[in-house]
Design a protein around this ligand. Structure first.
Ligand SMILES: Nc1ncnc2c1ncn2[C@@H]1O[C@H](COP(=O)(O)OP(=O)(O)OP(=O)(O)O)[C@@H](O)[C@H]1O
Ligand SMILES: [Mg+2]
Length: 256
């Protein structure tokens, strides 16, 4: 099954045409990193996948379907993005942030009800992500990494088939990055498909086997890490001389 199938899509953000005739298919189980310079269209691609924006022409199928009830889709496709973090309700307490995933809402409200089972799931997610001590802390009083972990928890309560992560480790300290990566690796090992946008090549875990290179709204290449994470492809992608090293399944880049 395909998670995503974009067929000849033209996409605008405001007056800017970001994609013309874009084509991309990602199969279920193909853990994929999307890499490219600022403004390449990576976040726009994820927004297309999360149905936050729609193509003006062409077709975007998610899990094989053209039409979606977005609330249903959000349960199957967990999203963590800087936009969500920025727009999240600042007064929401830690436990509410995680619980809000069940209703795909921002914070929780009096009329929303939760079953005993849902409360149990939220509690175990809070424990797994080691954020249970923040269950009464407002979102505004959490560090960047703590907020990010809560948004991951919010996505995970629904046990989604796929996780879509837009620069998830930005602003995190090293132990938080390692912990976040461990969590994401565990999720991939348990069968979830991850689509990760990152500028940090060294944070692409071994479980991610596919790479999409994007530049100026175009997909330059889509294939294995070996094919795309090498001196030639990355130097051309970023228009600067890059040297790539491979270490224990992780890649590292330095100026050539
Ligand atoms: N809300 C918007 N209105 C108009 N143009 C936009 C908007 N958001 C993004 N764009 C434009 O769309 C293009 C792609 O932006 P996008 O955010 O997808 O890039 P990106 O690859 O995620 O970059 P970055 O690495 O900086 O996050 C850019 O040219 C950007 O200026
Ligand atoms: Mg972006």
């Amino acid at each position: 099954m395909q998670i995503l199938n974009i067929d000849n899509a033209t996409v605008y953000r405001g007056p800017t045409k970001v994609f013309s005739d874009l084509n991309l298919a990602i199969d279920f189980g193909e853990n994929t990193a999307i890499v490219g310079p600022n403004g390449a269209g990576k976040t726009t691609l994820l927004k297309l996948l999360a149905r936050e924006i729609y193509p003006s022409t062409g077709n975007v199928q998610i899990f094989g379907k053209d039409r979606w009830n977005v609330w249903e889709l959000r349960k199957r496709l967990g999203l963590v993005s800087p936009d969500l973090q920025q727009n999240y309700a600042m007064s929401a307490k830690g436990a509410s942030v995680v619980l809000s995933g069940f209703h795909s809402s921002v914070d929780i409200y009096g009329h929303q009800t939760f079953t005993a089972e849902q409360l149990k799931v939220a509690e175990s997610v809070l424990n797994d992500l080691k954020i249970d001590h923040l269950c009464n802390t407002p979102f505004s009083s959490m560090s960047t990494g703590e907020q990010r972990r809560h948004l991951l928890g919010r996505a995970l309560v629904n046990d989604p088939e796929a996780l879509v992560l837009d620069e998830p480790t930005n602003g995190l300290d090293l132990p938080s990055i390692f912990q976040y990566l461990e969590t994401v690796r565990r999720l991939m090992q348990s069968g979830k498909t991850v689509i990760l946008v990152t500028h940090h090549i060294h944070e692409i875990p071994p479980e991610i086997t596919q790479v999409v290179l994007m530049k100026h709204g175009k997909i330059i290449s889509h294939g294995s890490k070996e094919k795309n994470l090498n001196n030639e492809s990355l130097s051309e992608l970023f228009d600067c001389q890059i040297k790539v090293a491979n270490f224990n399944g992780y890649y590292q880049v330095v100026p050539a």
